[in-house]
Design a binder for this molecule. Structure first.
Ligand code: MTE
Ligand code: MO
Length: 499
């Protein structure tokens, strides 16, 4: 057979197999789509260095890049399947079958697998093998058969397109947007207004409150879980006196409080962007756990997201007086956006997000640190990860040219749940000078700082360091984000030019 024909057969068979799996998954359970399951498995198996690289390079498009990369690899395999099958269909069918088994393995090992999940990869496998065989039998040895072959191929390709779109529509049929729109949040206690004097955004820092669509996003979810508030249940179990199952209405019946809290990711490099602040609306997590009755010895709250991601939080951080730990259902006055964990997420000020901020929360088990390792602990990250004291320069930008003479350097500092006491700045290795701090909103948020410098023409390096309320000063010892947060001073090289 001509190479072009066999390649076409390979490509169309792969597309048909993927689409069939996606369609059936849309019917039974969207995460059982072999394509998504392989992608999610790839994310879980990726070493964090590569993950950090992907996030650094592609930002929030990292997931699209992964899906695109998988599509390219699958297309290449389709080409190979075609090329090895020019004499007989069996090698290609075997390859299609092997791919199907790989998809099935990925689906079956996902934490979200249910009994029905297996039908989706099974559909992929069967359709892949049969389509390959059928198209191969349609491929003409002679010119007259060409038209029929092309029609068959086009029909299968079109069918695959329809099935893929259908699967996507079926997966989205749960109307979470409507569920979200139907919610109005009326917190009993509102967060105090942010005073003008707390916000140095006019000096080049970010605005004090991050708009929801500008809030940094870090999670392992390839497709955002779609869970309606009406269907949401939280099971609280494990080392408790009263096991509980809570509904969204149960949460709404509890006192809702709004609190201004800064969230930061452990993967944030010195000077990095993974920090944001929001007015979170939610219910007290310590009150809820007190109702459940924590048994002695339970030192870890293991929480699970509907997509299977797990998190472990020190019980003492949650239960400490004034912890401000909450089950959040709102951000900046609206119900949580879907990608923020709608309908319910956790927030515990003072801890990095991976040990505290479970999105799409559905399960909370009181356990011990000895008994259970959550997702990132299994991958070598610290089990306990309090936020380290840190500061960042926002102005000037790297290699910026600024007017010589008086110039304001500004940035942010944070030491959540401890508070910032001081920020110091030095230029070209000179003496440390104390920056002016913005008004403190509360100890759980970032704090802006500014300092006016008088600079001669030429290149300069500015550095900053923060000290928290306990008297701990940010160390200049460089540490990578893994295992429990980066350290070091942020510095910025820039040029003062005659104005
Ligand atoms: N379900 C789920 N929750 C999660 C994560 C995740 O991968 N899955 N990532 C955590 C991490 S590492 C961080 S830093 C915060 C980020 O929350 P954001 O995306 O709303 O900024 O969510 C946490 N909650
Ligand atoms: Mo994170």
């Amino acid at each position: 057979m001509k190479a072009t024909r066999s390649i076409l057969i390979g490509l169309v068979s792969v597309a048909a197999a993927l689409a069939a799996g996606h369609l059936v998954a849309g019917l039974v359970s969207p995460l059982a789509s072999p394509f998504l399951a392989v992608g999610n498995t790839a994310i879980d198996l990726t070493p964090h260095q590569l993950k950090d690289f992907a996030v650094r390079t592609f930002g929030e498009n990292d997931k699209l890049v992964l899906l695109g990369g998988m599509a390219v690899v699958l297309a290449a395999l389709g080409v190979v399947a075609g090329l090895v099958s020019r004499r007989s269909p069996w090698p290609g069918m075997a390859l299609a079958g092997a791919l199907g088994l790989l998809g099935a393995a990925a689906v079956l090992t996902r934490p979200t697998t249910t009994a029905w999940s297996v039908v989706a990869p099974l559909a992929s496998l069967v359709v892949g093998v049969l389509v390959f065989r059928w198209l191969w039998s349609q491929a003409p040895a002679e010119v007259p058969g060409r038209r029929r072959f092309l029609l068959s191929t086009a029909a299968i390709a079109a069918g695959a397109g329809v099935a893929a779109v259908g699967g996507q529509l079926l997966a989205g049929r749960v109307d979470v947007e409507a569920s979200r729109r139907g919610i109005t949040l009326r917190p009993r206690v509102k967060a105090p207004e942010i005073p003008f004097s707390a916000d140095f955004s006019r000096e080049g820092t970010p605005p004090f409150l991050t708009p929801n669509d500008k809030f940094y996003r870090v999670d392992t979810a390839l497709s955002v879980p779609r869970l309606r508030a009406e269907d949401w249940r939280l099971r609280v179990h494990g080392m408790v006196d009263n096991e509980m199952v809570l509904t969204y209405d149960d949460l709404l019946r509890r006192p809702l409080e709004e609190k201004t809290i800064t969230l930061v990711c452990v993967s944030n490099e010195v000077g990095g962007p993974y920090i944001s602040t929001s007015n979170f609306i939610g219910v007290s997590l310590p009150d809820l756990l007190r109702d459940a009755g924590i048994r002695p010895g339970a030192d870890q709250l293991a929480t699970r997201s509907v997509d299977g991601w797990t998190c472990g939080t020190p019980v003492e951080s949650i239960m400490a007086p004034g912890s401000n730990a909450m089950l959040a259902i709102g951000m900046n006055g609206e119900p949580l956006p879907l990608e923020r964990g709608f309908p319910v997420r956790m927030v515990v000020p003072g801890l990095y997000g991976y040990v505290s901020a479970t999105k799409w929360l559905v399960d909370a088990e009181l356990t011990t640190f000895d008994a259970f390792d959550p997702y990132w602990a299994q991958r070598g990250w610290g089990k306990k990860a309090p936020v380290k004291v840190m500061s960042r320069i926002d102005r000037p930008k790297s290699f910026e040219r600024v007017p010589a003479g008086k110039f304001v350097v500004a940035g942010i500092a944070w030491a959540q749940h401890v508070g910032i006491d001081r920020v110091e700045v030095r230029v070209d290795g000179g003496p440390w000078q104390e920056a002016t701090l913005a008004t403190e909103v509360n100890i759980d948020t970032w704090r802006m700082w500014r300092i006016e410098l008088d600079l001669k023409e030429g290149n300069h390096t500015v550095e900053c360091r923060a000290t928290n309320r306990k008297g701990d000063t940010q160390t200049n010892e460089r540490a990578a984000p893994v295992p429990d947060g980066a350290t070091g001073w942020h510095s910025m090289v820039f040029t003062s030019v005659a104005g």
